[in-house]
Design a binder for this molecule. Structure first.
Ligand SMILES: *Cc1c(COP(=O)(O)O)cnc(C)c1O
Length: 425
């Protein structure tokens, strides 16, 4: 099936006893065992089935199957948030003493995880600008377990050459992990471009209505963990946290995603709530329609802003003047999703005045809602960063980010226009 149809149908057949057409919300913590032997077999993964909602849930499972199918992966793991997905994705490959190499243009939470939290747990993250391919090659050493990037950087708006990073990773025998939150599978399917693992914040475009936080890891199933038992010890050594299972040997293409579930999720517990999985499934149904409209509206707003006298620059990768235009054609079908940023004449102060004058567009820190949203990253998402770090993350002080919604474009432009009129510096 095509993406639009997968989003509506994949992974669910009207449940046998009730014939419910919509995916039911399985609001249960636990699932009964037929007998003691059945319980033991479930825990030993000898038979398939549910045990406890911290580890799996039938509503979440439909979401996992649907998004994994849209991304071209073998399996998905739905989680409490996008940050959980990123944390578990890395935790499932690394131990203290290991490192990963990442693009430096990152979502603020990811930047803090990589620059502050993981290093204190003994996992170093080397941050390299996304287009510095030589920098990536030389940063990789024997303890490097993965390359990480965002297909479209948030808020930098840079489009990353995912194909090239996959080549670099594979040449050195390591997987590429791609955060595909901003692009969504409609604009980019990282697995087709060579990525091994995809992560999502479902909170954004996939949920699409600003109601539910969620995340997901999707495994391509293609990476051969057993090819380097020394490097990928975590998947090749007997796992004391799970019955001494050797994941690579026992589970083949499902080794990694299963370890994410039965070690990271089972033991640290950031499970998605069944109700959130349900809400996100409702959003997923219209993802294709919304992404089309988000892109159209963002393109129109970008050209409006480009011609405005109070605007210094506009950053939107689908504009021919963008430094990311080539990558935009190559990686995301010439569409740059719904997020654009611009610099106002008058710097940080003008940015604040603009944000305060908005009437319809919401002042908040989120993206991917059906409604238009605006924020000033230097004072919100990225406020913990030093001036140096801001620069490396691709965020300047005058930068205003707009997540362009699906309202009528005339109303979006009218609000932006009156807010720019209100800027007095
Ligand atoms: C929001 C976001 C995240 C984090 O997702 P949460 O669901 O808020 O935890 C990760 N990556 C990107 C690109 C994001 O925009």
């Amino acid at each position: 099936m095509k993406l639009d149809s997968i989003a509506l149908h994949h992974g669910y057949e009207a449940e046998a006893s009730t014939k419910a057409a919509a995916v039911p919300i399985y609001q249960t913590t636990s699932y009964t065992f037929d007998n003691t032997q059945h319980g033991a077999d479930l825990n030993n993964m000898k038979v398939k089935g549910n045990i406890y909602t911290r580890i799996m849930n039938p509503t979440a499972e439909v979401l996992e199957k649907r998004v994994a199918e849209m991304e071209g992966g073998v399996a998905g793991l739905a989680l409490a948030s996008g940050m959980t997905a990123i944390t578990y994705a890395i935790q499932s490959l690394t131990e203290a003493g290991d490192n990963i190499v990442s693009t430096s243009q990152l979502y603020g939470g990811t930047y803090t995880l990589f620059s502050q939290v993981l290093p204190r747990m003994g996992v170093e993250v080397k941050l390299i600008p996304a287009d510095d391919f030589a920098g990536f090659e030389s940063a990789i050493d024997d303890n490097t377990k993965a390359i990480f990037c965002e297909s479209i950087g948030n808020p930098a708006g840079n489009v990353v050459d995912v194909k090239k990073l996959a080549e670099i990773a594979h040449k050195q025998g390591i997987p590429l992990i791609v955060d595909n939150t901003v692009a969504t599978p409609y604009l980019c399917k990282p697995i087709e471009l060579g990525a091994d693992i995809v992560v999502h914040s479902l909170t954004k475009y996939i949920g699409g209505h600003g109601t539910s936080v969620g995340g997901m890891i999707i495994d391509s199933g293609r990476f051969d963990w057993a090819a380097n038992k020394q490097r990928f010890r975590v998947l090749n050594d007997p796992e004391p946290a799970y019955h001494n299972l050797n994941f690579a040997e026992a589970l083949g293409e499902l080794a990694y995603i299963t370890r994410c579930r039965v070690v990271s999720l089972r033991v640290t517990g950031a499970a998605i709530a069944p109700m959130n999985a349900f809400q996100i499934l409702q959003g997923l149904e219209t993802l294709g329609l919304r992404i089309k409209r988000h892109c159209e509206n963002a393109e129109k707003l970008a050209s409006y802003l480009s011609a405005h006298e109070k605007v210094n620059w506009v950053n939107y990768a689908a504009m021919p003047t963008s430094p990311y235009y080539q990558n935009c054609q190559k990686i995301v079908k010439g569409k740059a999703s719904g997020i654009l940023s611009f610099g106002i004449k008058g710097g940080a102060q003008a940015g604040a005045q603009f944000i305060d004058a908005l009437q319809m567009i919401l002042r908040l820190v989120n993206i991917g809602d059906a409604k238009s949203l605006a924020c000033h990253p230097a004072s919100t998402t990225h406020r913990q960063l030093t001036a140096e770090q801001l620069k490396s993350a691709g965020v300047s002080e005058e930068l205003v980010r707009i997540s362009v919604g699906i309202e009528h474009i005339d109303d979006i432009i009218a609000d932006v226009s009156q807010a720019l009129d209100a800027v007095s510096v």
